[in-house]
Design a protein around this ligand. Structure first.
Ligand SMILES: Nc1ncnc2c1ncn2[C@@H]1O[C@H](COP(=O)(O)OP(=O)(O)OP(=O)(O)O)[C@@H](O)[C@H]1O
Ligand SMILES: [Mg+2]
Length: 265
């Protein structure tokens, strides 16, 4: 696939070392991340689970270059990026990373096609080429027939597909999704998860934050965050396609291969 973005081919896509994030709220320091180390390699499909407030979104925002660590290092494909300036980070984000959010974050009164073209504009791609790529991305997520629809003319699942097309149109090597199915019903969730499976099969690296075991079960690797630290990191046997959700991930790590490593503090 054409997603060799240069750099060190063997380096992990994501290498995070001893990352902390502290929010200062007046007198009170909130330790959202307390020293997280993590490597994610090309082609992995990783779920991040953990209780509300455990630091999942904080970690995702750092991985997605939407926020920066208080301390520690972050490298993408061997290049240190955690402390780069805002515009250098924006360049890398635009080139390497697609981000999908729980609430879709689409622009109102804007057609699917225009939403998906927007990141191309920031990458300096405009005109017919941008239009073609937007339509291709929308077709890839199954919305080739809906390119002129605005968000209020689309279902929740379709809106999330537009958001996924928008995340993919720049051909990132990494797709980050923070609770992407949190606002969707179970049928629509299943459709989005099928789409993620396809994207993963096409070589995309995926990191998905979720509360839902049915979502985590699709990933090959499940990282558990608790109180700002990684307390479980395990390779999961993929479930049978029919998906018996009962043998879920709650509490102790699920049936796992011995390569799962716990990174306890
Ligand atoms: N901008 C901020 N300023 C201050 N504290 C913050 C900020 N963002 C997050 N926090 C705090 O950091 C901790 C981790 O928050 P985070 O949003 O990462 O949790 P989460 O695991 O994503 O939770 P949820 O499952 O509810 O989305 C929480 O205690 C939260 O209150
Ligand atoms: Mg969150």
């Amino acid at each position: 696939m054409e997603r060799n973005n240069g750099k060190n081919g063997d380096a992990p896509v994501i290498a995070i070392d001893s990352v902390t994030k502290t929010y200062q709220m007046g007198e009170v320091a909130v330790h959202a991340l307390r020293g997280v180390s993590l490597a994610i390699h090309s082609g992995e499909y990783v779920a991040i689970i953990g209780a509300s407030g455990s630091g999942k979104s904080t970690l995702m925002n750092i991985i997605g270059l939407l926020d920066r660590p208080t301390s520690g290092t972050y490298a993408i494909r061997g290049q240190e990026v955690g402390q780069l300036g805002k515009s250098a980070q924006a360049d890398i984000r635009n080139r390497e990373i697609g981000f999908v959010f729980q609430r879709f974050n689409l622009l109102p009164r804007t057609s699917a096609q225009a939403q998906v073209e927007l990141p191309l504009f920031y990458a300096g791609i405009t005109g017919p080429k941008a239009r073609r790529r937007a339509v291709d991305a929308l077709t890839r997520v199954g919305l080739g027939e809906r390119i002129d629809h605005r968000p209020d003319q689309l279902s929740g699942g379709q809106q999330q597909r537009v958001a996924i097309a928008r995340a993919l149109v720049t051909q990132p090597s990494l797709l980050l999704a923070d609770e992407p199915t949190g606002a969707l019903d179970s049928k629509t969730t299943a459709e989005i998860l099928d789409l993620f499976d396809e994207l993963h099969a096409q070589g995309l690296t995926l990191v998905v934050v979720t509360h839902e075991h049915s979502v985590a079960e699709r990933a090959g690797r499940v990282i558990t965050v608790s109180d700002g630290a990684i307390v479980g990191d395990a390779l999961a046997a993929r479930p049978a396609p029919t998906g018996t959700a009962a043998n879920g991930f709650a509490g102790a790590p699920p049936a796992l291969s011995p390569t799962g490593t716990a990174v306890a503090r």
